[in-house]
Design a protein around this ligand. Structure first.
Ligand code: ADP
Ligand code: MG
Length: 643
């Protein structure tokens, strides 16, 4: 199995070695080289776009910065390639950090605009700083030297190919490590990501910096490949093309990046040749038709399912006749078809092919190489026992907290005292401020006044991820899982704090990283088993039934090794047997010395597990005590039932 999984890589390597030997025309070698260079850039861009889910139109600018760093160092200082390439990576990575600043403040279309502005400014600066960049005249380079003689076209191609392969392996390792999981987690649910102790702020910056590093690498290789660089190459059109390449090729895929690169390099060339244009146009038309049929087939009945492909074939024939007559409209037609591809194939060509393959073979999706229920070590201590020492001492103190939203006092001078090793219920009618309290405790809201002490330290002013790492884990009223990640990966995000390995450990697969990854996987499987999800380990979280999602969220919170666990309506939407299972799980966790705050509407749940219950109504605490006392309290009955 191990060998089999390496076959595509080996074939790629052999193909790349052979290409310059069998292709005589240097122009074709050059095209292939450009594809490889763009592929390297797209590996990086995919981290930001595919994994982190941010739009960047600044990558043409970063590409330019990489090219010019190499160009300038070569032109002014005569540095050799082994010095200019690393310098380009570092300089561009620094600019990536600068580009990350807007990414932390704005999202969506605003981010697109800000990054676009970054690209424009980069291009203008390159143009204007003639003393450094030679301005519009551009810089000429010669191919790097190999043992005193300049490299041949083929030799430089091999160098680029080797670097592309290394880049591919490194990116693949990054995105499959704890770092890649952090990227995906912050895309799927930033708030949950922070509450798992994975700082959204930190990992957005890291993603942009790494991504820029790859753009710098690509840029420097490009300058030697073209042997001439000038500012107008790095325009916004190129930035849009890069983004399009990721979307068309397929995000979160190395193959997708390569396909995307091939499309944006070859497409303009194909437009020049009418016959090639016809072939490509027909392929795209077929892809779009099949994509549309697949999209529709889920909703339509069988007779129509036959009719549509027939109509599709007839349509295609008509389409190819029509193409002959409108040769002058090529560019517009292509633009329109690309639009359709992007619209129908939202997972790009790679994603589409996968779905298509699964559809025709009738196989269900399997994830290879992931942990299975069988190979787990049941002796793993998946819950770190906090121990029952100091039971009854104060763990958390809420001191007259006021939380105001405009004129609304969602929490009005609430005091709470949570004792170690107990289950503290928090109940109250809808809108009484229970979830707001959780958000204050976990740093999502900063209280208007008052203070919160956890283990005698104030948490007000700390970030959510700092609070999480100090030992407070939580679940959410509206489940906040990392939807595109598997159940196992969700837990692994919770175990992020157990990793000490850095980028070098990951890139080289050093023992430290491999050990941490193995330990984390074992523990994650044990946690899944604990909540009864071991057979769903490789299922994407968004595909799990609702009740299972809630259990998964609890397991993920446990991965954080919390001392205090906050559950916001864990039984909501659960079936009766699920609730029983939930109670068993809660009791078991409590027996390990973990303290709970439990928000719940199901009174039987509250009554059966809580040691103390506090009742909120309109942001104020109206009662507190043993469950039975509270249940009998008149003010509580009044609040729940009205007058
Ligand atoms: P519940 O007890 O049902 O969990 P919440 O804590 O969610 O109640 O909400 C308490 C009140 O605070 C509600 O009136 C809600 O509309 C308001 N509220 C909560 N969060 C915000 C916010 N971010 N902005 C404005 N109002 C909010
Ligand atoms: Mg709520």
């Amino acid at each position: 199995m191990k060998l089999k999984s390496h076959i595509p890589l080996l074939v790629t390597i052999v193909g790349l070695i052979c290409l310059p030997l069998f292709v005589e025309n240097p122009y074709y070698i050059h095209l292939a080289e450009t594809i490889l260079i763009y592929t390297i850039l797209l590996f990086g861009l995919d981290i930001v776009v595919g994994y982190v889910g941010q739009v960047s139109l600044g990558h043409a600018g970063l590409f330019g910065i990489g090219s010019y760093t190499a160009g300038i160092l070569f032109f002014h200082l005569g540095w050799p390639i082994w010095a200019t390439v690393p310098a380009s990576i570092i300089v561009t990575a620094i600019f990536g950090g600068i580009l990350a600043l807007p990414a932390l403040k704005v999202i969506g279309p605003y981010l697109a605009m800000v990054t676009l502005a970054f690209g424009t400014i980069a291009q203008i600066l390159i143009n204007e700083m003639t003393w450094l960049t030679e301005g519009p005249l551009g810089i000429k380079l010669t191919r790097p030297e190999l043992m005193g003689v300049p490299m041949t076209k083929a030799e430089y191609f091999w160098l680029v190919a080797a670097i592309m392969i290394i880049a591919m392996i490194v990116v693949d390792r990054f995105v499959k490590s704890q770092m890649g999981r952090a990227f995906e987690a912050l895309r799927d649910s930033p708030v949950a990501c922070d509450c798992m102790g994975v700082s959204v702020y930190r990992f957005k910056v890291i993603a942009f910096v790494i991504s820029a590093g790859f753009a710098g690498l690509a840029g420097s290789l490009y300058s030697y490949s073209e042997q001439y660089i000038s500012p107008n190459t790095y325009n916004n059109e190129l930035a849009v093309l890069f983004l399009l390449a990721i979307i068309m090729g397929g995000r979160k895929s190395r193959l997708g990046a390569a396909i995307g690169a091939a499309i944006i390099v070859l497409l303009p060339k194909l437009l020049d040749d009418i016959n090639l244009f016809r072939i490509v146009a027909s392929i795209i038309a077929i892809v779009v038709t099949v994509g549309a049929i697949m999209a529709l087939s889920k909703k339509i009945t069988t007779p129509k399912r036959v009719a549509i492909p027939v109509a599709g074939v007839v349509g295609l024939a008509a389409f190819s006749f029509w193409l002959n007559s409108i040769a002058d409209w090529r560019l517009s037609i292509f633009g329109f078809m690309i639009l359709l591809v992007v619209y129908y194939l939202q997972n790009g060509i790679v994603g589409f092919s996968k779905t298509f393959y699964l559809a025709i073979t009738g196989k269900t999706k399997t994830t290879v190489g992931e942990a299975t229920a069988e190979n787990t070590d049941s002796s793993v201590d998946f819950i770190s026992a906090v121990g029952n020492k100091n039971t009854g001492a104060e763990l958390l103190k809420v001191d007259s907290v006021l939380m105001q939203f405009g004129g609304l006092k969602a929490l009005n001078n609430v005091d709470l005292s949570i004792k170690r090793g107990t289950i503290h219920g928090l109940i109250g009618p809808n809108g009484s401020g229970k979830s707001t309290m959780m958000n204050v405790l976990t740093g999502i809201y900063i209280p208007t006044s008052g203070n919160v002490f956890y283990a005698d330290e104030s948490v007000v002013g700390k970030t959510s991820s700092e609070i999480a790492l100090s030992g407070i884990a939580r679940t959410f009223q509206n489940v906040q899982l990392f939807g595109e990640m598997t159940a196992l990966q969700n837990i692994l995000v919770g175990l992020h704090h157990t990793f000490k390995s850095n980028m070098l450990d990951i890139a080289l697969h050093l023992p430290r990283y491999l050990r941490e990854e193995r330990d984390a996987r074992n523990r994650a499987m044990a946690l899944l088993k604990f909540v009864g999800l071991e057979n769903l380990a490789n299922e994407e979280a968004r595909n799990l039934p609702y009740g299972k999602q809630r259990l998964l969220e609890i397991a993920r919170a446990l991965a954080l090794d919390p001392e205090l666990l906050l559950l916001d309506e864990p039984a909501a939407g659960l079936t009766a047997p699920d609730i029983k299972e939930l109670l068993r799980i809660i009791r078991k966790i409590r027996d390990n010395g973990i303290t709970f705050i439990l928000i719940e509407h199901h009174m039987d749940v509250v009554m059966s597990v809580c040691d103390t219950v506090s009742v909120l109504d309109f942001g104020q605490k109206i009662a507190e005590g043993k469950p039975a006392e509270v249940q009998a309290d008149e003010k509580v009955i009044h609040a729940y039932l009205g007058t």
